[in-house]
Design a protein around this ligand. Structure first.
Ligand code: ADP
Ligand code: ZN
Length: 733
């Protein structure tokens, strides 16, 4: 794995006390997001700190940077053992010395980690709450200086919350054991009860509480009618090829059916629910994290703690039970801050199902749950800015409509529908409040359906009174009338429609009703199809970088978004750096990643924009203070590592394997080293026959604007870019 590249081999150098220096060096970002710096300063000053920030808000750096700034070990409590490895690997790729201890490890591995903590080599240690509170662990922690405790997913401590974990309630022991060590608690839960519960239960002393805005402006909000959902879904995802997304379904069965249908249509999809073997669940989750499966059809069992940052869209096949759940689920899209799409399919049938379930099961907080369901329904039916509704639910004001929800994009036009409502009510009454919606519509439209005629429904006075409206129009209006309380659904009586609370007012007291025409009810938006040339070039380069990222991630055995986020790749495709210094300017490129992946990405970009690797390297060298031959060995640099293996007599293939890099990257290292005056014999890296064939191909297709792709294509992929670049380097020589 990351052995020789593990940050343990780098000496940990404090960078002074300016947090932004750490942000740039380890994470490659230039600026803090709102509140991050204040949070960091609070914890560094030794104060207990509570952080409420939405998913994707950037909580990690809030405790990781203090961990780097403060002397001693930061202990991170995290409930999800399965994710610790990923979290720690992501830190390693940022050049931060971190480790985890949990039950999945052998004794030897655990001892090694402990020794590294005691000797001060590790800055962050991830543990589960059970492990942390064991007596042996207390003894171990007492052998060293602890800088702080970070409690991740801190809402798990509250029995008010939606994800209560009994182990978490013991965490107040930390205060007793380590009265002087500051505690930072972080969560993406916004509700007020949980908030207070967290600081109480951790015995915090006068904590600084930071509540970030829960407005995730990069998430678009859209509610679509829950009809022909498969058709709508395939249309939506066909507009977003190659992107990762989640579709939440209510039942296990519908996860499976939906995934199967999508697979039949050729999409890369899978399903995930609590009824599956845990090993199978882990396998599917991993495939999704690694971009091997693009579309996940899942129940809400999926997603907790998953920090995959390149989920580009989230859809709800069914309406969620409450706004908390909904907000958390859509929050899994766009953690990297790039625009991401969310779609909720709304059908009144879902409300009916939940209501029936709740009234049958009679939970203790039935009233509360029904009220929450009602708020969710109001959101789904809203004719005003949806984001304003969401944020007001979380006690936050958004003064202006957001402009990034379906209502803002196509404002609704209402009309006076009082007679429509009266016709419907009159038919309902004459039918004895006994028939469901479809039958009512048939009666209103004067259908000659056998079941209508055989029951004598064609004899009632309102039969055919609504023949001027289409079936779909009636359905839309009846739904709206149900939603505003003019009509009610008798769930206990086969979903028969009956008079609602407002019915008499409409019939007898002159109450007017306005409804929205079905044309104004949102349909899937077709994204703009025209793209400028620059945009499509950028997309093309982005795709190449994405492919390269996947290759590197597989070689490193980490998820692609851990190598670089989508937003970093986008910035790269925009800036097109061809020198390491320019590469450093890309948002999300820290020192460690520059060192590890710089060459590979620079080569890809250089190849795309038609700059020869040699040229870009000469540029780099002219900026270097001294000539390479005299220069001290670039310690730890990726070229240096390649050189050392080359000097041991290894072939490109062997070096590539040993370093878990692509052969072309190794070849490019060797070309750069040779051009930099190091003793690398390019001739020996390629056989005369190979060279002849590549030269022949170059003779035919030429090197168009210094691009080598045509040569590569002409050779039908028989030779990698490494060999092609070596041949070109030799030709120039
Ligand atoms: P959370 O834990 O709050 O859900 P993360 O800590 O995973 O969020 O951060 C979400 C994303 O935002 C990550 O890709 C992270 O690298 C990025 N990020 C964090 N802070 C900044 C910043 N100051 N500038 C740019 N990106 C940032
Ligand atoms: Zn809006």
């Amino acid at each position: 794995m990351l052995t020789d590249e593990s940050p343990l081999s780098t000496v940990y150098e404090p960078t002074g006390q300016d947090p932004v220096v750490y942000l740039k060096r380890y994470y490659g970002y230039d600026r803090f997001r709102p509140m991050q710096e204040a949070i960091i300063r609070s914890i560094v000053s030794g104060r207990d700190t509570v952080v409420l920030m939405p998913t994707g808000g950037g909580k990690s750096v809030c405790f990781q940077i203090p961990a780097l700034m403060m002397p001693g070990l930061c202990v991170v409590v995290s409930p999800l053992i399965a994710l610790m490895k990923d979290q720690v690997e992501a830190l390693h790729l940022n050049g931060i010395a971190a480790a985890y201890i949990n039950s999945s490890q052998g004794v030897k591995e655990m001892r090694d980690v402990e020794a590294n903590c005691v000797s001060g080599k590790i800055k962050l240690l991830y543990v589960s709450p059970e492990k942390l509170l064991s007596e042996s662990f207390y003894v171990f922690l007492n052998r060293m200086k602890i800088s702080m405790f970070a409690i991740d997913e801190a809402h798990c401590i509250s029995s008010w919350g939606h994800d209560f974990r009994p182990e978490y309630t013991q965490l107040n022991t930390l205060r007793k054991w380590f009265p002087n060590v500051p505690i930072i608690a972080l969560t993406a839960t916004a509700d007020r009860l949980t908030r207070q519960d967290i600081s109480d239960r951790l015995d915090m002393r006068d904590p600084a509480v930071f509540i970030a805005s829960f407005n995730r402006t990069n998430l678009s909000l859209q509610v679509l009618p829950g009809t022909n959902r498969i058709g709508q879904i395939t249309k939506l995802i066909s507009l977003k090829p190659n992107t990762s997304g989640i579709i939440y379904c209510l039942s296990r069965k519908s996860c499976e059916t939906l995934a199967t249908k999508l697979m039949e249509k050729g999409y890369s999809a899978a399903f995930y629910h609590a009824g599956m073997e845990s090993s199978e669940r882990a396998r599917i989750q991993e495939a999704f994290l690694r971009d091997d499966v693009k579309i996940m059809c899942a129940t809400i069992a999926f997603g907790m703690g998953i920090d995959k940052s390149n989920v580009r869209w989230v859809m709800h096949y069914n309406m969620p039970k409450n706004i908390e759940g909904y907000y958390q689920e859509i929050g899994r899209a766009g953690r990297d801050g790039l625009p991401s799409q969310t779609v909720l399919f709304y059908s009144f049938a879902d409300v009916a199902t939940y209501t029936q379930m709740l009234t049958e099961n009679k939970p203790a907080n039935l009233e509360l749950q029904l009220a929450k369901l009602e708020r969710m329904k109001q959101y789904a039916e809203a004719n005003t800015c949806r984001r304003q509704i969401l944020l007001s639910y979380f006690s936050e004001q958004l003064p202006e409509p957001c402009g990034n929800c379906d209502v803002c994009r196509s404002p609704r036009i209402t009309f006076d529908a009082t007679t429509v409502a009266q016709k419907a009510l009159s038919a309902i009454i004459r039918l004895g409040e006994r028939v469901p919606m479809n039958v009512l519509i048939d009666v209103l439209r004067g259908s000659r359906n056998y079941s209508i005629v055989s029951q004598g429904f064609d004899k009632i006075k309102t039969y055919g009174a609504g023949a001027d409206l289409k079936f779909e129009e009636w359905r839309s209006y009846l739904h709206q009338l149900i939603n505003i309380g003019v009509i009610e659904v008798a769930y206990e009586n086969h979903y028969a429609l009956r008079k609602g609370l407002l019915a008499d007012d409409v019939l007898f007291n002159g109450k007017t009703i306005s409804l929205v025409r079905p044309d104004d009810v949102p349909k899937p938006v077709v994204e703009k199809a025209t793209r400028t040339r620059t945009e499509s070039n950028r997309d093309e380069l982005f795709e190449r970088l994405r492919t390269l990222r996947k290759r590197i991630a597989d070689a490193q055995n980490v998820p692609p978004y851990v190598v670089f986020t989508d937003s970093t790749l986008e910035d790269m495709a925009r800036q097109r750096p061809t020198t390491p210094d320019a590469f450093r300017n890309v948002s999300g490129v820290g020192e460690r990643k520059l060192e590890m992946f710089g060459t590979a990405f620079l080569t890809e970009i250089a190849d795309y924009v038609g700059v020869q690797v040699g040229e870009s390297q000469r540029q780099v060298r002219s900026e270097a203070p001294s000539r390479p031959r005299e220069a001290a060995k670039p310690k730890g640099s990726t070229q240096q590592m390649t050189l050392e293996l080359y000097q041991q007599g290894m072939t490109i293939q062997q070096i590539a394997q040993a370093r878990e890099l692509g052969p072309s990257s190794i070849a490019n290292h060797l070309i750069q080293l040779s051009q930099g005056g190091y003793d690398v014999e390019l001739e020996s890296l390629i056989t005369p026959a190979e060279r002849r064939e590549i030269e022949a191909a170059i003779a035919i297709v030429g090197i168009e604007e210094n691009r080598t792709k045509p040569v590569f294509d002409h050779l039908e992929g028989r030779y990698d870019y490494g060999k092609i670049n070596i041949t070109i380097a030799l030709m120039k020589h």
